[in-house]
Ligand binder design. Sequence first.
Ligand code: UDP
Ligand code: MG
Length: 326
Amino acid sequence: MTRSDAGVADAELSVVAPVHNESENIGPLLQRLLPVLEHCAPSFEVIFVDDGSTDDTLDVLRAAHEKDPRVRALSLSRNFGKEVAIAAGLDHARGAAAIIMDADLQHPPEAIKTFVGLWRDGYKNVFGQRTDRGADSRLRRMLTQRFYRLFGSVGETSLPEGAGDFRLLDAKAVAALRTMREHARFSKGLYAWIGFKSIGVPFEVEARAHGSSKFSYLKLTNFALDGLMSFSTMPLKVWSYIGVATSVLALALATFYLTRTLIFGVDVPGYASLIVSITFFAGIQLLSLGIIGEYIGRIFAEVKRRPLYLIEERIGIAPFLQDEQL
Ligand code: UDP
Ligand code: MG
């Protein structure tokens, strides 16, 4: 396929939706999305990124492209995770603005009208802000809240409340994101990091149309760790403070015991305090080593400089970046 038959810059808006086993949701999504886009812009494309689906998602996407060539798709060679799937979609979004959304109808397509309006007013980073998390379980909501509070206090970038992937990015912001090839991708942090004239648009999260969430608590925990570690060196620094505090404590104890021995003579008992302090410090050392290990693991993953993703099939989308084997 050449560049021209993929229609370079033939769309004003590019919608990017990562999909992982969402075959039942694609039809209903398009049914609601296409009229909104037709209303908002003279031309558009919808790029689905099939993130290693094991159901018939890819067949559904092929059929959708046959029916409407504005619906396009990339199929990744395996499941790379939602964050990387979004990156793949943005790499191929040629519109003057890109809209990122989930394909499970939790992100109401109608909100795009407001997004586009604000973009035409000059905003380059228009993000949806969920007004409530009613669709999530109570535990997940509580953990999410804790995480954001922690991120707010130690992260080097502040995240707007309730902002997620559902957003519109001007081509300039998309270009900025394209330069960020990190593997441990915490998109929310990246969107905040790039800056640009931003504004939030409240929206209500709907219940998932079909299927269930692809994020287990384990996946969410890893995601949260990625976020903290990509945007903060606090977990590394904190050990210097703990080290200073324990050294001061040890010095005070040494002075105390030295004085006591000089005045009252040698006193043998102290087994319990010895064991407690040995195990306590062994624990602290292992914990700090583990945290350093987490960062080294991430450094290792980045220095290998593997591509972010591999594409197995393109449906209506031509390769157009030279520096990656896209
Ligand atoms: N998704 C993906 N790759 C994954 C997991 C999820 O592309 O490994 C997609 C999924 O198909 C959906 C979006 O990311 O379009 C959001 O996923 P989900 O609804 O499971 O997440 P939640 O809404 O629970 O945060
Ligand atoms: Mg969802």
